[in-house]
Ligand binder design. Structure first.
Ligand SMILES: *Cc1c(COP(=O)(O)O)cnc(C)c1O
Length: 439
């Protein structure tokens, strides 16, 4: 944080304060700055005057004698390298993630950047966001990349492969937690332990639990990835990706890669992102609390002693809803045949609350097709993390998904209204079935 010239030092600010003030200029040197950030759209900037210190710095950097600090440059050259609105957004992200953050044009361009950064020849991964797997296929073109399961024997998979000490060209462990679409958490410490035993880096796709819900660096992650399109953006109006690392040297490497992959976040998106980050902690806390209440309620409908609320008698008792999955419902008995182990207790890993997105399985795939179209407040649409609640028949985005699964992205509506909305849709879908209209 910049100093405001106050005579006494303030205690370290909390997350919500950092989200609002981390990028503010110093009052003493910029006494009249605007409260809302400026939107700078220029792609190119006037070159430093030949007599200036910036020109001298640039010249020695070109000769390789000095390095420019691209996190805090004294001048801009071209917006693929740096620009002021984007740097402000990254400054806030870095402060709230407690690491050096870099933004990308989408979540998938961030995940691709993570792959090219570590350049693995073996990747341990299981399910999760389908697009990451397609990106991995693209990365694997023209080179041999072995994809193994998260619980496979890492040493055995590395036989005959000579990794360098940085993990480059070796094994990369990719952990998505909580998982899309189930909202269930995976035991991050366990995979960090397995990875560290073979000196492999761990990337965590933490999209489903943005700050303040979890901090994967606490469990020992090497890199944290987010689809910033989801909770950081939070309003369904910008595409963005984020990678964060603890060391500046890795950030510099990622910055250089991004500059030449060209996956920079645009200024307009940076501006919208910055605006959204101000309210991140308020939005995510409420979305998490509402999702936890909804998941508990949906789960209660399938318990042996049935629904607890009178309004649910008509269609409850497992008639429409089968298994509900959410990190708040862990630990629980693993499902036979599933590789996921929900017996893990995520309370320590997720000290800030549970995932604001989760899923439930219907008892009939036709219900899952129709329910998203029979609600008023939930919109049938893909994506998640926005202020408006969404329902998605997940198999329409991910062909490998169980066709009975409905993903629930919880927005900022009142929890009672959302419950009533779902209840109404459940009643309607049963009515449609009775009338033979469910096709
Ligand atoms: C949406 C999402 C992505 C991809 O992000 P985009 O911004 O759509 O490119 C990656 N991982 C998870 C878990 C996601 O939900």
């Amino acid at each position: 944080m910049t100093t405001n010239g106050a005579p006494t030092a303030l205690p370290t600010p909390s997350l919500s304060t950092r989200a609002l003030h981390a990028d503010h200029p110093d009052h003493t040197t910029h006494p009249n700055y605007p409260v809302a950030p400026a939107l700078s759209l220029s792609t190119t900037f006037r070159s430093p005057h030949p007599h200036s210190s910036d020109a001298a710095l640039l010249e020695s950097a070109m000769r390789g004698e000095a390095s420019l600090d691209m996190q805090d440059p004294s001048f801009h050259i071209y917006s693929r390298y740096s620009s002021s609105t984007n740097l402000r957004a990254e400054k806030v992200l870095s402060q709230i993630m407690g690491a050096h953050a870099l933004t990308y044009s989408s979540g998938l361009s961030a995940s691709y950047a993570a792959l090219t950064f570590y350049a693995p020849r073996v990747v341990a991964i299981r399910r999760g966001y389908h697009g990451v797997h397609v990106g991995l296929d693209v990365y694997s073109r023209g080179r041999e990349v072995k994809v193994i399961d998260l619980d496979d024997d890492y040493s055995a998979a590395m036989e005959g492969i000579d990794p360098t000490s940085t993990g480059k060209g070796g094994l990369l462990v990719w952990v998505e937690t909580p998982l899309n679409p189930s909202g269930e958490a995976r035991d991050l410490s366990k995979y960090v332990r397995l990875a560290q035993a073979v000196n492999a880096p761990v990337v965590v796709d933490s999209t489903f639990a943005p700050p303040p819900l979890q901090d994967p660096f606490t469990q020992g992650a090497d890199m944290v990835m987010h689809s910033g399109t989801k909770y950081f953006g939070g309003h369904s109006d910008l595409l963005c990706g984020v990678l964060a690392v603890k060391d500046k040297k890795s950030w510099d490497g990622l910055w250089s890669d991004r500059t030449y992959l060209g996956s920079t976040l645009g200024s307009m998106e940076s501006y919208l992102l910055l605006r959204s980050l101000r309210t991140l902690t308020v939005r995510v806390a409420k979305q998490s609390a509402t999702a936890t209440e909804l998941a508990k309620w949906l789960h209660s409908l399938t318990l042996p002693d049935g629904p607890v609320e009178e309004e649910d008698e008509a269609w409850g008792k497992g008639k429409v809803v089968g298994r509900t999955t959410h990190s708040s419902l862990q630990p629980r008995t693993p499902e036979p045949g599933s590789k996921e182990d929900p017996s893990f207790d995520p309370s320590t890993q997720m000290p800030g609350g549970h995932a604001p997105t989760f899923a439930f399985r219907t008892t009939n795939p036709a219900y899952a097709t129709w329910i998203p179209h029979l609600t008023e407040y939930f919109t049938p649409a893909t994506s998640l993390g926005g202020v408006e609640s969404l329902l998605e028949h997940r198999v329409k985005s991910d062909a490998k998904e169980d066709p009975r699964v409905v993903r629930v992205s919880v927005g900022l509506e009142d929890v009672g209204d959302l419950k009533a909305d779902l209840r109404g849709a459940f009643g309607r879908v049963l009515q449609m079935e009775k009338e033979g209209k469910l096709k």
